[in-house]
Design a protein around this ligand. Sequence first.
Ligand SMILES: [Zn+2]
Length: 502
Amino acid sequence: MVKPGNDQIRIFANAGPDMRLYACEEALFDGSASSGNGLRYCWDFDESDSTQNDAFGKTAAHIYRRSGGYVARLTVLDEERNVSADSCFAEVLTPPSRGLTLLDRFPKGYMGQVHQSGNRFTCHLIESAAWYGRLDNCAGKEITLEIFGFGKHVPPPPSITTAAGDRTFSKGFRAVWTDSYVDGDWRVLENAEYRYDADRESMEIAFTPTRDPFYIAWSIIYTPQHLQRYLGRIYLMDCVRMERIGNSVEERPIFRVTIGSPDFLQKKEAWPERPAVWLVAQQHGYEMGGGAVCEGIMDFLLSDDPVAERARKELVWHIVPMVNPDAASHPWFRYNAHGIDLNRNWDLSDNGSGHDADVPEPEVRAVKEAISAGVNGGRSIIAAFDIHNYPASVTGIELLIPPGPHMQTQLSQHLLRQFDASKYPHAVAKANSARDPGMFCNWLLSACPGACAFTLEVALGGFGPPRNPRKYPAIPENLRSVGEFLARAIVTAQQSAGGATR
Ligand SMILES: [Zn+2]
């Protein structure tokens, strides 16, 4: 099970498969697929109510009395006090006898204050505009959701949840849906009637679900469970090295995936010798499309495509797919658990954003240390990308260019050529007027001279050519293709730049 490339791992927890059951049924947990010597097993049946040990033993049973979705965490310890943790997801459905319900009690779920009248739900979003709920016992029923969201006339509350100007609704807005929390494929909700009321800043959606349960949201959802599921598929590959580089405020792991040629990855001390590309995503809570973009980048880099093979041989790729896992678990719109905008926290001398902290946040510190350490003070970094999403009221893809001498590098010049309309008609490259030193790109440019840095914004309203700007909705398959395009563009630009300087 354990490969040489991951020799730091001595024990490995396995919490067993995800499960789906009705409230008040018995959930059976099985950690016997864990590996290690003399293991002790501790179970926490609901990680959202703070970490605790609810049961001990290789197997455990628990009854969830309320419908929702629960992350159950297994921690195993061996005789040498090595620790490993894994989680599984328990999808707890409303029993059929209870009829139609709308729930948001699961990671990232939020429907605000809900009033139900028959098949009609009125939802007032109070804390976040990132709405996400689940209908149970709904298939074949005509459902109406009336959602009152944040708008420009509604000031956000002084909380950690949202940011002014981030709106989810516009005239062309389309919701997305899926039929399973972790395994489901997000699709656009077609065959629905959308009525947008600009004055009341509300959206009425009338539709008839064909599946049960039916998850519906303003944008695709990408939580730590989704990331862990993906990482579980790739972490044993010989061209992958995976590390936990730190913890969030609420102690969720922050992962860094390193991709390169297998022989090279064995010798960590050699990493600074090879040009490095850094990609970070999901600094902001609602910008979950970044998770799918990163999957596209990694899928491509791990593929048999000749460009990908070259990418692994000539470069080393560091990807942090989820910088802010707490905000990807809660309904928060943007900030971390301290209420700090992480993408204004990279330089503490900044006073422009109004979101400053006195100390670097643990999420930012983890990524900063990973970039600074092990890569020779950052001198081997040639390029860095910070992946974000504009809200669903916007369409398009933008490569934002922070000001600075990095624009004179061969690599920048060639990269921008890849974002030319003739190469990728959905994207535009443009100068970023924000000179805020608290932003990742600006910090990176000052910390790693010679590197170039860009912010990639993919709008959750979808993207496409000017005449059809919503041709490609922001669903995972389209977002993954953006990731592939970005990775290809970097490799092509690096090749051209290398050729030009020789
Ligand atoms: Zn952002």
